[in-house]
Design a protein around this ligand. Structure first.
Ligand SMILES: NC(=O)CCC(=O)C(=O)O
Length: 229
């Protein structure tokens, strides 16, 4: 099975879902025009890390994000690994990935399990409790969110269940640790003998400059493609 992968390595407007939704719409269109089978978006693409404004910004049950991603998947007939968005459920906030198949059907929903203290995530966000495996065009796959890649045993346990052949990673990974980004992703590819597809955002927010360098890595750890900063 051969899959053409699209990675949306985009900037994110802090606390501005409308502007960010337009970016996501534009990239789905570009992906469809170039025959992409699976499109991956970055972490927290609706809002960025506007964590102090989650009361106002978090997507209730993820309804708005899910409707948009489902519609784009169906309209363009592409699978979408929807990065992640800030969601609100039962008076708690989560960092949630939604995955949709080509027919607009949701195939997975995952709340980030390892919260990143250096970006204050654990002060505002509730950790998820389960892993994230799904099947896209017959390819067994898994998805993780940013800091999750620093937990190799946990990733390995999830990847071994299939075994999963493809690991999708969505991120807001700062430039200052970008060398670790690459090394960690190559390690996850090698130890799981799987492809790794990783989307990192570019641009900056009030606290961080983000490093881009989105990657596709083969099961031997070789870099198949790497974006710039
Ligand atoms: N958004 C994140 O989880 C960032 C993780 C990160 O930067 C790291 O070094 O780990």
């Amino acid at each position: 099975m051969k899959l053409k992968i699209g990675i949306a390595q985009v900037d994110i407007f802090l606390g501005n879902p409308q502007a960010n939704q337009q970016t996501i719409i534009d990239y789905a269109q570009k992906a469809a025009q170039t025959g992409v089978d699976v499109l991956l978006y970055p972490e927290m693409w609706q809002t960025g890390y506007a964590l102090t404004e989650l009361d106002r910004l978090a997507d209730h049950n993820g309804d708005e994000s899910q409707a948009l991603l489902s519609q784009l998947a169906k309209q363009h007939h592409i699978n979408i690994v929807g990065g992640s968005v800030a969601t609100q459920r039962d008076h708690k906030f989560y960092n949630t990935m939604f995955v949709f198949d080509r027919y607009g059907q949701k195939v997975s929903e995952y709340d980030k399990l390892h919260l990143f203290g250096l970006m204050n995530e654990e002060k505002y966000i509730t950790a998820g409790s389960h892993s994230n495996v799904f099947n896209l065009d017959g390819v067994p796959s898994a998805g993780v969110i940013c800091y999750d890649i620093r937990f190799p045993e946990w990733v390995r346990t999830m990847m071994a269940t299939g075994p999963q052949e493809l690991l999708f990673v969505t991120a807001e990974w700062p430039e200052q640790r970008i060398a670790q980004w690459q090394t960690l992703l190559q390690a996850r590819a090698i130890e799981n003998q799987s492809f790794v597809v990783a989307a990192n955002r570019v641009g900056h927010d009030n606290d961080n400059v983000f490093g881009g360098r989105s990657l596709v890595i083969d099961p031997l750890g070789n870099i198949v493609k790497q974006a710039s900063d």
